[in-house]
Design a protein around this ligand. Structure first.
Ligand SMILES: [Zn+2]
Ligand SMILES: [Zn+2]
Length: 124
C-alpha cells in the first residue's frame, strides 16, 4: 500500500496483535476504523506516532486525497472535542489516516479520555 499523502511505501507494524500501516517517509498512520477505536484504549498507543509533527502539519494541508485502499476520495473528520485536530477518513472502507503527530493529538481529545475513564471503570 502507498501513502495517500506522499505516495511512499507504507510499512506494516504489529502492535498488540493489530496491524498498523505507517508511511516510511512522512510517518503518517493508517488504521481501520475499528482498529483505531480499539487501539486508543491500549496502553501507550501514542508510540506508534513517532513522526515529526512539523512534517505532519505540512502534509495536513494536502486536503484532497484518495483512499489508499479503495481509491475513493477521503473526507476530513474533526476529532471530537478538539476543533484543531483533523484526520482523513474513507466512508467506503472506514479506513482512517493520521498525519504525523495527529494521532497523538487525537489521543488527547476529550472523547478518548472519557472512553478510557469509562473502560477503566468497568475494569476492561
Ligand atoms: Zn507518506
Ligand atoms: Zn477506502
Amino acid at each position: 500500500m502507498n501513502c495517500p499523502k506522499c505516495s511512499a511505501n507504507m510499512k506494516v507494524l504489529r502492535y498488540h496483535g493489530y496491524e498498523v500501516d505507517r508511511c516510511a517517509a512522512c510517518h503518517g498512520l493508517w488504521f481501520d476504523r475499528l482498529e483505531c477505536d480499539e487501539l486508543r484504549l491500549l496502553d501507550n498507543p501514542e508510540i506508534l506516532d513517532m513522526g515529526d509533527p512539523t512534517i505532519g502539519k505540512k502534509f495536513n494541508r494536502k486536503n484532497f486525497i484518495d483512499c489508499p485502499h479503495c481509491k475513493r476520495p477521503m473526507v476530513k473528520i474533526e476529532a471530537e472535542g478538539r476543533t484543531d485536530v483533523w484526520y482523513e477518513g474513507c466512508l467506503n472502507c472506514r479506513g482512517v489516516f493520521f498525519d504525523a503527530g495527529e494521532f497523538r493529538d487525537y489521543l488527547d481529545s476529550d472523547i478518548v479520555i472519557s472512553f478510557k475513564k469509562l473502560s477503566q471503570k468497568f475494569g476492561k
